[in-house]
Write a protein that binds this ligand. Structure first.
Ligand code: NDP
Ligand code: 8X3
Length: 260
């Protein structure tokens, strides 16, 4: 444990599964106070319970839908009843829907991807800035993707959304220069979470094929990086981290072992 995060207030969006749930556990092990948001409250409650058992100074959760400004405001109203300031904001909520070409894509999927991965980040930052500004050395950590840096067939809207996240991160670093708030992005490659099951609308066999024969990143691999980024000294800003499985040399170059 590093003393840096002990008793710090950490807000994690999308904490009900995957990277967000793993981050809740790992920040808890550092003795942080946790504010956890997502839509599935039953799952959040179980993550919060696990975080308390893992050593969190406190772990509280509240429903949050980052696609709704009203929901974001209500979440922050709730958060302010627990703390007036925030040390770390982790914009992790997001994901992909479908793998359709542009020719066959659906407006609703595109809109959801933009709402969660792009507008959700903007809403959360705008709402939390007053809480971050009142803290001597706070951090915003946005979860991007290799998809925001390299395009692939069927990924137009998701790649555009994560490219949007990357440019929001870079813009914020300029806008917040001089405030002491650090702004970082972590761009993971293939990680086995619920991401592909959500993308393929519950088709777990299709989701499993994404990782077949290769060793993907785990949620803990990415959460460990979040903790490391958040615990750098005040004068250090980790701008951008790209992390991929060793088996994934590039988006289209994945080493897959034959089934025995
Ligand atoms: P999961 O599907 O396991 O987790 C996604 C989380 O986002 C869930 O907690 C979900 O909670 C939450 N979420 C989705 N929509 C909303 C919303 N409208 N409001 C609030 N919360 C929401 O996937 P990951 O953990 O893998 O994904 C986390 C982030 O990492 C995403 O931004 C994703 O794009 C990104 N990423 C994932 C990679 C991967 O390969 N897994 C690689 C690179 C980036 P709930 O449904 O309860 O609201
Ligand atoms: C998730 C990684 O390659 O499925 O952001 O788009 S990928």
């Amino acid at each position: 444990m590093t003393a840096f995060l002990k008793n710090k207030w950490v807000l994690i969006t999308g904490a009900s599964s995957g990277f967000g749930a793993a981050a809740a556990r790992l920040f808890a092990q550092q003795g942080a106070h946790l504010l956890l948001g997502a839509r599935r409250v039953d799952r959040l409650e179980s993550v919060a319970r696990g975080a308390r058992e893992s050593g969190a100074a406190s772990a509280s959760c509240h429903p949050l839908d980052v696609t709704s400004t009203a929901s974001v405001h209500e979440f922050i109203r709730w958060a302010r009843t627990l703390t007036k300031h925030l040390d770390v904001l982790i914009n992790n909520a997001g994901g992909a829907l479908g793998l359709d070409t542009v020719a066959k894509g659906h407006d609703q999927d595109w809109e959801t991807m933009m709402q969660t991965n792009v507008l959700g980040v903007l809403r959360m930052v705008r709402a939390t800035l007053p809480m971050l500004e009142s803290t001597p050395c706070s951090s915003i950590i946005n979860i991007g993707s290799t998809a925001g840096r390299v395009a692939y067939e069927g990924g137009a809207a998701y790649c555009a959304a994560k490219a949007g996240e990357l440019q929001i991160t870079r813009t914020l670093r300029l806008e917040l220069n001089g405030t002491g708030i650090r702004v970082s992005t972590i761009a993971p490659g293939a990680a086995q979470t619920e991401f592909s099951t959500v993308r393929f609308r519950g088709d777990t066999s299709r989701a499993a094929m994404v990782y077949e024969g290769m060793v993907p990143l785990t949620a803990d691999d990415v959460a460990e990086i979040m903790v490391w980024v958040a615990s750098r000294p005040a004068h250090v800003n980790i701008d951008e981290i790209v992390v991929k499985p060793t088996d994934q040399a590039a988006m289209h170059k994945v080493h897959r072992r034959q089934a025995k």
